[in-house]
Design a protein around this ligand. Structure first.
Ligand code: 3PG
Ligand code: MG
Length: 399
């Protein structure tokens, strides 16, 4: 790999230099209180930030949070993240009220060696996500002016052709941070020659989101286990009625085709937990996958399915898991996700958990993170990596 990494930058010496770090601090927030509900992505960039602090750099961190529409929007402010980041680093983090304006410029100018600043949400600026090269470039110019070197540690955003990910590295000496390096090392094992059997578990709500990765994985995996909301479109393709479950009607034919081509590699649920409503206290029962009542919707995979998936996983030498098996946020529908996650921890396979949601599920269910081989911070990014796509953020570092 031709990518330079943080050690190369540290070897040059960063003391007194302004180092702009693109992080993915897009953490989930509680809708009512605004509190950070899972700080995994903040903790994931600490190794890079701490190394820069220790080396005496002036560390300027930037990130997106949520999907604001190119203008300031208080519900997406990174201010609470600055607080949490400061706690974890054990030193206050200076917060800039804007991304590249007066506040950002003076905050950066006031940094002493070894201090850290966090800029306000990148996506408060239209240029960050603009499809117009000139508009993106103009914003990248302003951002790049805040640093003397650039570190990309935002693995969760490397699949975005955004100014801070794709255009800033063209303007500054650039390296991959520790997190990006580790993520790419791990994922490249899966696209290289994974030890077999290689078993992939996919969940989440939409087939359309996962179609490309299913297509890319089918020839390489030994088994593909499908749960989550998207399993119902597959069940429908098998000829089953799915009641009021989540269904992508226009994908049924595609799923039928995938099942035909999958040479028996695809495993679908044989039972599901079907409920009266999408609610934590909804009446629910476990029913066979071919017997979902017409007025009910499936919100989790059933115990027989978990047992079958666990048996397939127990054989595996390599595992990739992306997407919850059910609505794990509701206790009544968390058993499928918990069961699959526990089954993964019990194998001696090399296991990779991909994605914001599945990673958050592991922590929300109180599972031991260290019993997984790697928990990726990137959802879309890890899937696109496995699809073999060129990731704009990685390509920019290679140049
Ligand atoms: C994510 O949460 O998947 C990353 O932070 C990227 O966010 P985005 O999907 O809004 O670009
Ligand atoms: Mg995403």
């Amino acid at each position: 790999m031709t990518i330079r990494n943080l050690d190369d930058l540290l070897a040059e010496g960063v003391s007194g230099r302004r180092v702009l770090v693109r992080a993915d601090l897009n953490v989930p927030l509680d809708k009512q209180t605004g509190d950070i509900t899972d700080d995994g992505r903040i903790r994931a960039v600490l190794p890079t930030l701490s190394a820069l602090v220790q080396a005496g750099a002036k560390v300027v961190v930037c990130s997106h949070l949520g999907r604001p529409k190119g203008a300031p929007d208080p519900q997406f402010s990174l201010r609470p993240v600055a607080g949490r980041l400061g706690e974890l680093l054990g030193a206050p983090v200076h917060f800039a009220e804007d991304t590249v304006g007066d506040s950002a410029q003076s905050t950066v100018a006031d940094l002493a060696d070894g201090q850290v600043a966090l800029l306000e949400n990148l996506r408060f600026n239209k240029g960050e996500t603009s499809k117009d090269e000139a508009e993106r470039g103009a914003f990248a110019d302003q951002l790049a002016a805040l640093g003397d070197a650039y570190v990309d540690d935002a693995f969760g955003a490397v699949h975005r052709k955004h100014a801070s990910v794709h255009d800033v590295p063209a303007r500054l000496p650039h390296v991959a941070g520790r997190l990006v390096l580790r993520e790419v090392e791990v994922l490249s094992k899966l696209t290289g020659a994974p030890e077999r059997p290689y078993v992939v578990v996919l969940g989440g709500s939409k087939v359309s989101d996962k179609l490309a990765v299913i297509e890319a994985l089918l020839p390489t995996v030994d088994r593909l286990l499908i749960g989550g909301g998207m399993c119902f479109t597959f069940l429908k393709a098998q000829g089953h009625e799915v009641g009021t479950s989540l269904l992508e009607e226009e994908m049924v034919e595609t799923c039928r085709n995938l099942l035909e081509r999958s040479a028996g590699k695809i495993m679908l649920p044989v039972d599901v937990v079907a409920a009266d409503a999408f609610a934590p206290d909804a009446a629910h029962d476990t029913v066979p996958a071919d017997g979902i009542p017409s007025h009910r919707l499936g919100l989790d995979i059933g115990p027989e399915t978990v047992a079958g998936f666990a048996a397939a996983l127990s054989q595996a030498k390599t595992i990739f898991w992306n997407g919850p098996m059910g609505v794990f946020e509701m206790a009544a529908f968390a058993n499928g996700t918990r069961g699959v996650a526990e089954a993964i921890t019990k194998t001696d396979a090399f296991s990779v958990v991909g994605g914001g949601d599945s990673a958050a599920a592991v922590r929300a269910l109180g599972l031991d993170e260290s019993s997984f081989g790697h928990i990726s911070t990137g959802g879309g990014a890890s899937l696109e990596y496995l699809e073999g796509k060129t990731l704009p953020g990685i390509a920019a570092l290679e140049n």
